[in-house]
Design a binder for this molecule. Structure first.
Ligand code: FNR
Length: 179
């Protein structure tokens, strides 16, 4: 199983990227996770959508070929970052590569609410794009007060890792049934 990861923070030490890397390392027997580059995507421009730059072509192809997509979002000003919206806008047009695709959301933030406001808005956008999202009840990966939960570039908080194991098991089942 191949899963594409889209990380909505492009800074080097991003905790959301560290969560993606934790998932990549922890579930190697279940799936292969590739973190896609969204930092080099140009701003979405409708004039270019039918003949987009090669970076956009490559990005869309990776999403299209993946069995599923995991989206990792920080919360910026009570929402998800513009760089992530830009990537989704490219994915939303012409060949609709997220339509029907199994998708789940995860998020890490410094605040106590763990990206809930960002995730609710992101879920609305993905609903409009007709992504095949797993039901959020019991499956919300909301990692707040994240400062103490990561060390050496990975998520290390045991309770959160146990919760993550349960959600990833359900997500794998979701991907298998949505193929
Ligand atoms: C933040 N942060 C933040 N946190 C939060 O819980 N709610 C918010 O609305 C915001 N707003 C916000 C805006 C901007 C511009 C920045 C840079 C930061 C804090 C944010 O959650 C924290 O920096 C995370 O660590 C960002 O994710 P990465 O970059 O570590 O993946």
């Amino acid at each position: 199983m191949k899963i594409a990861a889209i990380v909505g923070s492009i800074r080097k030490e991003s905790l959301n990227k560290q969560l993606a890397l934790t998932i990549k390392d922890r579930y190697t027997e279940q799936f292969e996770l590739e973190i896609l580059d969204i930092a080099s995507l140009p701003f979405y421009n409708q004039d270019e959508e039918n003949n987009p730059p090669q970076v956009v072509v490559d990005f869309k192809k990776k999403v299209s070929e993946a069995d599923a997509v995991l989206i990792f979002t920080p919360e910026f000003n009570w929402s998800f970052p513009g760089v992530l919206k830009n990537a989704l806008d490219w994915l939303s047009r012409v060949d609709f590569v997220l339509r029907g695709k199994a998708v789940h959301i995860a998020g890490v933030s410094g605040g106590p609410l763990g990206t809930i406001r960002a995730q609710l808005q992101l879920r609305q956008v993905l609903t409009g794009m007709r992504a095949n999202m797993m039901h959020p009840a019991g499956n919300e990966i909301l990692i707040g007060s994240a400062g103490q939960k990561f060390s050496d570039g990975r998520l290390t908080d045991e309770a959160t890792l146990t919760f993550l194991d349960g959600v990833m098991e359900k997500f794998i089942a979701h991907v298998q049934t949505s193929k």
